[in-house]
Design a protein around this ligand. Structure first.
Ligand code: FRU
Length: 487
């Protein structure tokens, strides 16, 4: 964790190591008074290679302590070419981490499960050295990403898979003791299906399945839709009921409506809340990320719940209110177009709440260059019943992705929004529905940035907007010496 290269797009209130590549959150577990967050990590560079598990822990989601790398590939071992994704459980004294063992001499889509145990609060892990589940069920063309949870006196495990008959699947195993695992069959498996009325689909295979159990056998199965080709990936959830070893669920819904959230993972907090972190990849080109020395960031921890009406709701973890610093914008009023109303200035990291009452297409604009040529728009379209986020002009640098993204937003009533912006990531929460939309964007100017309320002529927008400076997470000095591995 030596020198931090200076990258003006590096988020400060989102978790990531000082440099290098990260992807999926892994091994999320509360153990011995701490939230443990591991993540796919390449200690040698800012590209997806040499995957280890980097590791942080925190007592409160605000102050984080880097711990030594939890899992490293063992030369010549079952995971010689990478410790891919998985989760962890605490059984009192131990943290047991389950993960996908990658070897290049196996089929590239076949990462069988192994595990590692820590008896010192996550400072060191002893890898099992052998596979825990050596055989994969017949007919799997992709197989990885264990997710283990406690079920009564025993344990269950889901594994992400693609089946030869074209279905994506989450395969169910169970165990009395975390040691001996019995295959029970697909928990759910589906042919490609459209997700939540969008043009995204459930994919050819399911990565990183997660299970959020709720009352009376109900639950949400969350997975990341994987395709061998470049079809856009998404995160979907199936809401249903456990029936014996299978899950009976309705149609898939989107877990995040933005383009830049993938492979989210769950953690059960000691107070019973379910927390979810996702991987927000870069939306700038790879050469730029490599030159900047870092790629990928974890989303904010979000509270996620399965409601009685079968909807999944998300909001930033309550603890993050503590990261609110100076109150920088407080604006209420009405804009009638065509002239926008200036609401005030914000820094590169802020937490904003807005109540908007549009009569037609209207919303907020974040102007990131003084002339406003570079801007991110958050608009409401009450007639279409949508919230629209437009990043077509969000960076003057052409090495970035544009696009317009939508999430359902019922019209006819005031809309409450929470928008957390941190340098190059925006997480937008629709408070009324609990839906989320995550995207990356790369403003070229330092700021201060400006906020405007905008509406079409003759179609007034009433607004009440507040924003606070978003303070950085506190990253503590490690209490254990951390050696960066030598390549
Ligand atoms: C999801 C994923 C997982 C895999 C890991 C490898 O982003 O592809 O399926 O275990 O990343 O880094």
């Amino acid at each position: 964790m030596s020198t931090t290269p200076s990258d003006p797009h590096r988020p400060v209130a989102h978790l990531r190591p000082p440099r290098n590549w990260i992807n999926d959150p892994n091994g999320l577990v509360f153990h011995d008074g701490h939230y443990h967050v591991c993540y796919q990590y390449n200690p040698y560079g800012a590209t997806h290679a040499n995957l280890h598990w980097g590791h942080f822990r925190s007592p409160d989601l605000l102050t984080w302590e880097p711990l030594p790398i939890a899992l490293s590939p063992t030369p010549g071992g079952v995971d010689a070419d990478g410790c891919f994704s998985g989760n962890a459980v605490s059984d009192g004294d131990r943290i047991v981490a389950f993960y996908s063992a990658h070897r290049e001499d196996r089929s590239f889509q076949h990462q069988p499960v192994t595990c590692a145990v820590s008896r010192d609060g996550g400072r060191t892990f002893s890898p099992r050295g052998e596979l825990l589940i050596p055989e994969l069920p017949e007919g799997c063309t992709m197989y990885r990403d264990p997710y283990v949870w406690q079920d009564g006196d025993g344990w269950c495990m889901l594994i992400g898979a693609a089946l030869a008959d074209g279905r994506g699947a989450a395969l169910l195993y169970d165990s009395p003791d975390l040691e001996t695992w019995t295959y029970r069959g697909p928990f759910d498996a589906r042919e490609k299906e459209c997700v939540g009325g969008t043009d995204l689909h459930t994919g050819q295979g399911w990565e990183c399945p997660q299970y959020l159990p709720a009352a009376s056998g109900r639950g949400a199965l969350i997975f990341s839709a994987w395709n061998e080709d470049d079809t856009p990936r998404c995160v979907a959830a199936l809401i249903g009921e456990e029936r014996g070893d299978a899950f009976e669920a309705g149609p898939p819904v989107l877990v995040d409506h933005g383009p830049d959230c993938y492979a989210p993972a769950l953690l059960r907090a000691p107070d019973g809340r379910w927390l979810l972190w996702g991987w927000s990849w870069e939306a700038r080109d790879e050469a730029w990320a490599v030159a900047a020395g870092s790629a990928g960031v974890l989303t904010l921890p979000r509270e996620i719940s399965l409601e009685d009406d079968g909807s999944l709701r998300q909001q930033p973890a309550a603890e993050l209110l503590t990261l609110r610093g100076a109150h920088t914008v407080h604006a209420t009023g009405e804009v009638r177009g065509p002239q926008p109303v200036e609401l005030g200035t914000v820094g590169r990291a802020f937490d904003l709440t807005a109540r908007l009452e549009p009569t037609a297409n209207a919303g907020l604009r974040l102007l990131t260059t003084p002339d406003g040529a570079e801007h991110l728009d958050i608009r409401l379209d009450p007639h279409a019943g949508e919230l629209v986020v437009d990043r077509e002009h969000a960076s003057l640098d052409t090495r970035t992705h544009g696009g317009i993204y939508r999430m359902p937003c019922p019209g006819g009533r005031p809309v409450d929004l929470r928008v957390v912006v941190d340098h190059s990531i925006a997480e937008i929460f629709l408070t009324s529905t609990g839906q989320a939309l995550t995207l990356r964007f790369y403003p070229t100017a330092d700021g201060p940035w400006r906020l405007q309320a905008r509406s079409a002529p003759g179609a007034p927008l009433r607004y009440a907007v507040d924003s606070w400076e978003l303070l950085p997470l506190v990253i503590k000095e490690p209490s254990v010496r951390i050696e960066e591995p030598e390549e």
